[in-house]
Design a protein around this ligand. Structure first.
Ligand code: ZN
Length: 257
């Protein structure tokens, strides 16, 4: 695999030391309103089309991707090559080489985490409710559990994928204040000056508190950029994904920056 370089981040590459990327709407087989690379099987799309799309994404990952089934909570699912049925969980973690995880979203943030200490990876679906309830902390608890310790945050890297931005995600004032009471970095305002939430900024802030060595954050807003699915913009629509492949302990075929 090529040596990794931040300046070379393109085609949705997540900028992590292992194979990790974010998909867009392009390159799939689903028809309107799911056109075209919809990977969600719970949004009313044709099941055969979704399976084909998941196959396309798995081909890019080089391994069969296990996509999470979000419940907007903090449940964690540990995935191995033997895992048959995935639980409802907004966090999937894996420490076995060759296991690929996918976090689906359409405005919520897909977050990919790699632990250079253990080789473990996590795929997280983080929206307003998950953030408030502690889904990032749940992911980190699982990562530290696999690692067997809390030190050396510098070996952790993460990538926050395309999501609705703080200028677009208008919410009632009470909702903003509820989330901001736990995550002050989430407090935002729309271009019109009304109450809003900045979920990706709050995630980045929380990851910094865990001492991450590096956090890459997408600059794309799903609500503004029609190359991504947006539930708020389109209502009935598909989901894109963040995908990360576990390479096992010490396994990082890509050289970190
Ligand atoms: Zn926006």
């Amino acid at each position: 695999m090529p040596r990794h370089d931040r300046s070379a981040v393109r085609d949705g590459d997540a900028g992590l030391p292992v194979t990790a990327f974010f998909t867009t709407r392009a390159g799939g087989v689903s028809l309107a309103p799911y056109q075209s690379l919809n990977v969600a099987d719970h949004v009313g799309d044709d099941a055969v089309a979704v399976e084909r799309n998941r196959g396309i994404v798995s081909e890019r990952a080089g391994a069969p991707v296990r996509f999470l089934n979000a419940a907007h909570g903090i449940a964690v699912g540990h995935v191995t090559a033997q895992t048959r049925t995935l639980p409802l969980a907004d966090v999937l973690v894996a420490s076995e080489a060759g296991v690929a995880l996918g976090a689906i979203a359409a405005d919520c943030a897909p977050v990919l985490i790699h632990d250079g200490a253990s080789g473990a990876v996590a795929a997280v679906h983080c929206g307003r409710e998950g953030l408030y309830r502690g889904v990032i902390d749940a992911a980190m608890a699982a990562i530290f559990d696999l690692r067997g310790g809390w030190s050396d945050g510098a070996l952790l890297t993460a990538s926050i994928g395309p999501s609705i931005c703080g200028r677009c995600y208008e919410v009632p004032v009470e909702m903003r204040e509820r989330v901001a009471s736990r995550h002050p970095a989430a407090r935002a305002s729309t271009r019109q000056g009304t109450a809003a939430l900045d979920i990706p900024r709050a995630i980045e802030s929380r990851l910094a508190e865990f001492g991450f060595g590096d956090v890459v954050r997408s600059t794309s807003c799903t609500f503004e950029d029609e190359s991504y699915f947006s539930h708020r913009r389109d209502g009935v629509t598909g989901r894109h994904a963040g995908v990360i492949v576990c390479e096992g302990p010490g396994g990082s075929t890509r050289i970190a920056r």
